[in-house]
Every structure is written in C-alpha cells, then in structure tokens.
Design a protein around this ligand. Structure first.
Ligand code: SF4
Length: 239
C-alpha cells in the first residue's frame, strides 16, 4: 500500500493589508509626524540603554523625571558604578520594580566595562546579554542610537498592528516578524516611532480616537469610535 505523503506543516499567517494599503498607511503616519523621536530623555547610547531598561512597566514621563538628576551625575558606566546600587536606587524609587532595575543598571554597567570597553555594543545578540536588556530594549537602542531598521514591539505597536490589520499576530514576536516582512524599506527606520506614537496618542487602548485618525480609511478595526462631537441627530434617521 502506498504511503500517504506527510504534509509539511506551514505556519499560517493572518492576512495583512497588502502592499498598497500598507504603503498608504505608513505614508499617512509619516506625513502626520514627519520627525518622530523617542520621548525618553537620554544623553548618549549608554543612558539610552538605561532609560529604556527602566521604562519597562513605567511611563516615559515617569522615567524622565527619575533619570533627570541620575544622568547628570552618571552618564557613563564608570560613573554609574561609582554611584553603586543604593545610589541608583535612590534616584529611581518612583519607578515600578526599582529595586531589581537598580541591580540591573549596576550589573549592565559592570558588563559594559568588563566586556565592551565601556561602550554600548551595536548588535542585538550582544545587547541582549546585558542584564535587564531584552529583545525589545535592544531593538529600541539599535533603532534610536545606531539607526538600525529595527522595530521593537511594545504594547502600543502590538495593539495598532493587530487592530489595523497591518501586522496581525498573537505574540510580540509574531507581530515583529510580520512587521519586518510587510514594512516597505523606505519606512523601516521610522516605523517603530510612527506606530508607537500613533498607539500612544490616537489608537489608545480603551477608546481609540478613530474620528481623528489619519489612517481610519485603511484600518480594518470593526468597532471604530464615532466622533463624540457629532450629535445623534447628525447621523440621520435610524433604520
Ligand atoms: S481607525 Fe481607530 S482603531 Fe483604527 S488605527 Fe485609527 S484609531 Fe486605531
């Protein structure tokens, strides 16, 4: 009896917007924010690594408040080490998980001195070896400090990518993989900022501001929020 051929299982991807609409979506976001930047304050690649590592489960505004004085005193791994774990902790107590984060800041400063001559490395593999630095932090640093075309999927990018249909995925890794696949080369460098800022200020978690969204005609989200300024009577008779 002939053997039934075994099917190779291929990972099924959810349908995306397609190249034309994807390019339109990015073009609209780029026009809306021509020079997007991170909202975290930093002085150099080292302070950016520290700021991004501190921003896990904290707002950028909260991190900026805490790091203002800290970075004035310690903007290099050597100065951070001189401050010690207690010294760092004293500056960041207003941020969630501060105890662990202070420990990581000191450990990563030590590793930078011991293994990287005090410089921040420029590859994801090396960056993710630093204590407290995961793939997301590494991607942000590579994009912001070194101009790499990386996209770090945080909660905002995850939401926007799924709602719009730009890069649907069940996990941040899946979304990142889709984004890397569908994002046209000319938008790769800015994609991270455009999507994050759009998610933070327009496509917010609870009630997205669809009525003032520059990509609402492309977005596939079914439950778009109507313009609150529009009265019921403006919408015409029901039925
Ligand atoms: S239309 Fe609404 S759901 Fe879609 S991206 Fe804009 S704000 Fe988000």
């Amino acid at each position: 009896m002939a053997k039934t051929p075994t099917k190779t299982r291929r990972k099924r991807r959810s349908p995306t917007l397609g190249p034309e609409k994807t390019a339109q979506l990015y073009a609209a976001l780029a026009e809306d924010r021509p020079a997007p930047q991170t909202e975290l304050d930093y002085h150099n690649p080292f302070t950016l690594v520290v700021a991004v590592a501190l921003s896990a489960q904290a707002t950028d505004v909260g991190v900026n408040k805490a790091t203002k004085k800290l970075f004035e005193i310690a903007d290099t791994p050597k100065k951070m080490l001189a401050l010690g774990e207690e010294g760092v902790a004293g500056h960041i107590k207003t941020i969630g998980l501060w105890r662990n984060k202070a420990k990581n800041v000191i450990a990563l400063s030590q590793m930078l001195i011991d293994e990287f001559d005090g410089e921040v490395p420029q590859t994801r593999e090396e960056l993710t070896r630093l204590p407290g630095v995961g793939r997301k932090t590494a991607n942000v640093v590579l994009n912001e400090a070194f101009g790499h075309e990386t996209i770090a999927v945080d909660t905002h990018i995850f939401r926007v990518s799924n709602r719009t249909g730009l890069a649907p995925g069940k996990t941040p890794d899946e979304v990142e993989e889709q984004l890397e696949r569908v994002t046209p080369p000319e938008f790769k460098k800015g994609a991270h900022h455009w999507l994050i800022l759009h998610g933070r200020y327009v496509c917010v978690a609870r009630k997205p501001k669809c009525w003032r969204c520059v990509i609402s005609d492309i977005c596939r989200f079914k439950d778009k929020t109507p313009d609150p300024a529009r009265k019921e009577s403006d919408l015409g008779p029901k039925g």
